[in-house]
Design a protein around this ligand. Sequence first.
Ligand code: LMR
Length: 328
Amino acid sequence: PLKTVAKMLALASVFATSFNLFAAPVEIKFSHVVAENTPKGQMALKFKELVEQRLPGEYTVSVFPNSQLFGDNNELAALLLNDVQFVAPSLSKFERYTKRLQVFDLPFLFNDMDAVNRFQQGEAGQALLNSMSRKGIVGLGYLHNGMKQFSANTPLKQPSDAKGLKFRVMASDVLAAQFDAVGAIPVKKPFSEVFTLLQTRAIDGQENTWSNTYSQKFYEVQSHITESNHGVLDYMVVTSDAFWKSLPADKRKVIKEALDESIALGNKIAAEKDNEDKQLILDSKRSQLVTLTPEERQKWIDVMKPVWAKFEDQVGKDVIEAAVAANK
Ligand code: LMR
């Protein structure tokens, strides 16, 4: 019954906003968990700028960064209650709504961001945008961040170096299995808690992109970063079916175009930040870079790749094959 009431309230507010009952501009909320100086942070601000420029007096966009409004644990639920209209969780955070997207978490699947992009823009990747339609979630596009690196308070060269260490992972069983494979202890925690967990040594390490490691200052509380490029951290920009359908078709079109352009800018920033933020971390000398020889990297692949087979049924063999093929 509580759920029904919540749903009715959500529908009523969608109804009220879609028919512009109060004649004030409709507020579109965009909530995310990262800082503003990140690909996602910049993308969201660009989206605000474009929507307000193109639909003046009709729509405003309020951007809430840094888990201010909603965090990892509740942003998708909030979306379905229409408490927020746009979120862009990392692809690892949709597990409760679809298992198919876990393809992106399989360790050492994509050679580089070009391969990730080819897969996302190809037939299989585009189909995945609709993988949560039955749950009322509409995928509007992919946004890049970059490849992930391991960080810890000890140099990780061999897979055995990770044994017994606690690593924060996003809420994804694949990512947990990836650390289980090297005898480490995965701990699922929301993004907003990672810095403190590392600082207090409640956990030993984490995996993330150069951008997140820089903007969250993880490098200040981690002695070593291993340039492993073992996985990808990208996003899906999503809205709810109820909100999306409530928009008049002509406005929806303008908003979608604004989103596509913002995503293009976000992707450009992602590519730049990947190098720049890495360099800023190295220049800070707070954290030491660990580079792997091809032989050392191969050892990580050998230990972690068996994880694929465990998730093949859930993710879909066809999806995995399409992703592998994107490496060319
Ligand atoms: C993380 O939780 O580490 C990332 O998904 C945060 C983000 O949104 O980039």
